[in-house]
Write a new protein. Structure first.
Ligand SMILES: [Zn+2]
Length: 73
């Protein structure tokens, strides 16, 4: 009774030289995409770049912050 381990045959990977997909991180084409987020009773502007505006009591002010950030960069 010998251990009859039969190795499963794996098809060898054929190295196919071809165009590789470039690992380009997805970036927002328009740069800053701003929106507003509510935090409790406050509202603040957030951007796709990671920027966040100051917490405002009104959504209108937060939206103005977002607009100003988007236009000024
Ligand atoms: Zn931004």
């Amino acid at each position: 009774m010998d251990p009859h381990t039969k190795a499963t045959q794996i098809a060898p990977f054929t190295a196919v030289p071809g165009p590789r997909h470039p690992a380009v991180p997805a970036q927002a084409p328009t740069g800053h995409i701003t929106s507003t987020a509510e935090r409790g009773s406050f509202c603040l502007a957030v951007c796709s770049c990671g920027w966040t505006g100051p917490a405002r009591r009104s959504r209108d002010l937060a939206r103005k912050d977002a607009t100003r950030h988007g236009t000024e960069g």
